[in-house]
Design a protein around this ligand. Structure first.
Ligand code: AMP
Length: 140
């Protein structure tokens, strides 16, 4: 598979707001969040999506999702969350390194639907840093 922007984040070649890391996985904030606290969990072992990911890698990613989703919900004072994987261009996949979206949901009408719904929004690095700190503190 081709190198991707998430490969560069894993290798620390470009910055990201990392909220969790272990030997097999990395979790960082989405730079264009669909809602505040939108987090991506990626395996370090390269794969494009659910079609070619190894069972071991998938288990590691889902273990990380299970571990951090409650902390994200608590830190962001969310009312629920979606766990989502896009597989293939037609399914909306843009980055071809497997990633699981954790998207907090709020009672407030602003962040109800995905998809369709509100487009993702560009946020400042300072806003991302503030959200990441809340999640890291809750996880610690
Ligand atoms: P998908 O459409 O499922 O492939 O999701 C890719 C996600 O990666 C989108 O929600 C993007 O906003 C997000 N994204 C793209 N580049 C970066 C980056 N450098 N750091 C964090 N998230 C990113």
């Amino acid at each position: 598979m081709k190198d991707t922007i998430f490969g560069k984040i894993i290798r620390r070649e470009i910055p990201a707001e990392i909220v969790y890391e272990d030997d097999e996985t990395l979790a960082f904030l989405d730079i264009m969040p669909n809602s505040p606290g939108h987090t991506l969990v990626v395996p370090k072992e390269p794969s494009e999506n659910m079609l070619d990911i190894s069972e071991g890698s998938l288990l590691s990613v889902m273990k990380t999702v299970k571990k951090i989703a409650p902390a994200i919900k608590t830190a962001m004072e969310a009312d629920g969350f979606n766990i989502l994987v896009n597989n293939g261009t037609e399914a909306g996949q843009q980055v071809f390194h497997t990633h699981v979206h954790i998207i907090p949901r709020y009672k407030s009408a602003a962040f109800q639907k995905f998809p369709p719904g509100k487009p993702n929004v560009k946020v400042t690095p300072e806003e991302l840093a503030e959200v990441a700190e809340k999640i890291r503190t809750t996880l610690a």
